[in-house]
Design a protein around this ligand. Structure first.
Ligand code: ATP
Ligand code: MG
Length: 226
């Protein structure tokens, strides 16, 4: 049912990583998830073709600007969760996906330059909202943060976002080797143990908390809409 769109015009902000972690955690919890891989680089499709992709995950790769609205409607009718990964530029495909989103997640790394790009994403979401005459819920997720400290630049970005009234997810995605490694080996963080990666528990806890927080946002959004 709910359509969760990962969007930011900033390349490399963490869209694909956070979308994959979310889908992996939802599937680990027993949910069926359709991922629409709307990035022509097809990073998620490549990840899903490797061993260890959870059973509950289906990936749609052949999406085009002309078909994406139908693809999203069909996936939302059939699947309990639809996760959409978009390319890091503005395009009609990006606008279409945002227009059907129940929640747009905007990954932001802790620098002023990243926060400026997030502001562009928010303008696009608000414009799509105007065009479709509904408020499209969105949230910023701070990514690649340090587990140990909050650098001054990140604190500045947090203050800027708060000052602008931008909703920020209460869980940050920490910079973890495991979050890179899932793309090398396939599968989810939980499956990385057999490849000899260490410190997986902290990464798993973080990914799970991230997914739980997104699900809670969706629940709140539904409540507000009702
Ligand atoms: N939480 C994280 N921990 C460790 N590495 C991360 C994390 N998030 C992202 N990365 C790394 O940062 C780089 C960019 O991330 P990703 O590909 O997810 O961004 P993107 O927004 O999808 O990029 P693009 O705009 O090119 O599609 C990748 O090398 C990825 O492995
Ligand atoms: Mg990407």
């Amino acid at each position: 049912m709910p359509v969760i769109v990962f969007a930011s015009p900033k390349g490399g902000s963490g869209k694909t990583t956070s979308a994959t972690l979310l889908a992996g955690e939802l599937a680990a919890g027993g949910a069926r998830v359709t991922i629409i891989d709307a990035d022509p680089n097809r990073n998620i499709s490549e990840w899903a073709s490797r061993p260890g992709c959870p059973e509950g995950i289906e990936v749609l790769s052949e999406v085009r600007e002309e078909t994406i609205l139908d693809d999203i409607d069909r996936a939302a009718a059939e699947s309990p969760f639809v996760v959409i990964d978009l390319e890091g530029t503005a395009s009609l495909m990006v606008s279409y996906a945002i227009s059907l989103a129940d929640l747009v997640v905007i990954p932001v790394q802790g620098s002023h330059l990243d926060a400026r790009q997030a502001a562009r994403a928010i303008r696009l979401i608000e414009n799509q909202g105007r065009a479709t005459r509904r408020a499209i819920p969105y949230v910023v997720v701070l990514t690649r943060t340090s587990p140990a400290l909050t650098p001054r630049t990140l604190r500045h970005v947090q203050a800027e976002l708060e000052g602008a009234g931008v909703p920020v997810l209460d869980v940050q995605l920490i910079d973890r080797e495991a979050f890179r490694a899932v793309f090398s080996y396939g599968g989810t963080v939980a499956g990385l143990a057999k490849h000899g990666l260490g410190n997986l528990e902290s990464a798993r806890v973080n990914a799970r908390a991230f997914a739980a927080s997104i699900v809670e946002r969706l629940r709140q959004g539904r409540g507000a809409a009702a």
